[in-house]
Design a protein around this ligand. Structure first.
Ligand code: SF4
Length: 232
């Protein structure tokens, strides 16, 4: 990443400059997904668009499956679509989304090339209330199918609600940060950080979020022998 641009992203985050490592020689090139993977994604998109598995279908504008490449090493998971996401059909597109993008770019990730972004719930809860357990249970199979298709090497849970639902715990976010968890039967390494909407309200915690991102990036590099985030 261009150093000046990276500095801009970091300034948006309110954190200090860091030096990016060059990708390792011989890093794998991005390969197109097989045709059956494309069909599976299309099937998933259609199912979510028509889903009535929980009561949220009655109040949403549209289901929001996720955004990003069909196969990549990084999967970011938030809580649920908000008002803007519900309108536009894409996760994290309001001010919180812009901050998330800046956070991700600071570690070399971009939703158009090497990170997939999704939510635990695909439909917006009215007035952005917390997801109910039965809604999470009804919707989780979609996320599991996304994980199976993406085959991520690392997951980043943003916010308490996403972290607690992905890990099946009621532990506070402060206890979940700074360690490597494992997601479900896929056993995907998972790191927890703050939700960008929280960081907009509590900018003094941006520095802790930056620590989480560096922790996740370091873990990814250890997992991949120094990869730069571009998937296979
Ligand atoms: S939240 Fe999930 S399970 Fe509920 S209607 Fe939306 S897509 Fe279906």
């Amino acid at each position: 990443m261009h150093a000046a641009r990276q500095q801009q992203y970091l300034q948006a985050l309110g954190i200090e400059l860091w030096v990016a490592r060059a990708p390792p020689a011989g890093a794998p090139a991005t390969a197109p997904p097989p045709a059956d993977t494309a069909a599976a994604w299309e099937g998933l998109r259609r199912e979510v668009a028509a889903c009535t598995r929980c009561a949220l279908h009655a109040t949403r504008t549209q289901g929001v499956l996720g955004v990003g490449p069909r196969r990549c090493d990084w999967l970011v998971v938030g809580e649920a679509p908000g008002a803007e996401e519900d309108r536009r059909g894409e996760p994290f597109v309001g001010p919180a989304g812009q901050l998330l993008d800046a956070m991700l770019r600071a570690i070399g990730l971009d939703r158009t090339s090497n990170v997939y972004i999704a939510n635990v719930l695909k439909s917006r809860p009215p007035h952005n209330r917390d997801p109910r357990p039965e809604e999470v249970a009804a919707c989780m199979p979609y996320l599991l199918r996304q994980v199976a298709l993406l085959q991520p090497k690392i997951m980043l849970a943003v916010g308490r609600i996403a972290a607690q639902n992905l890990l099946g715990t009621e532990a506070p976010l402060s206890r979940l940060r700074g360690q490597v968890h494992r997601f479900g039967e896929f056993n995907v390494p998972l790191v927890v950080t703050y939700h960008p909407a929280y960081l907009l309200r509590t900018p003094q915690d941006k520095r802790k979020a930056w620590e989480d991102l560096k922790f996740a990036r370091g873990l990814y590099q250890r997992l991949t022998g120094g990869g730069d985030g571009h998937g296979t």
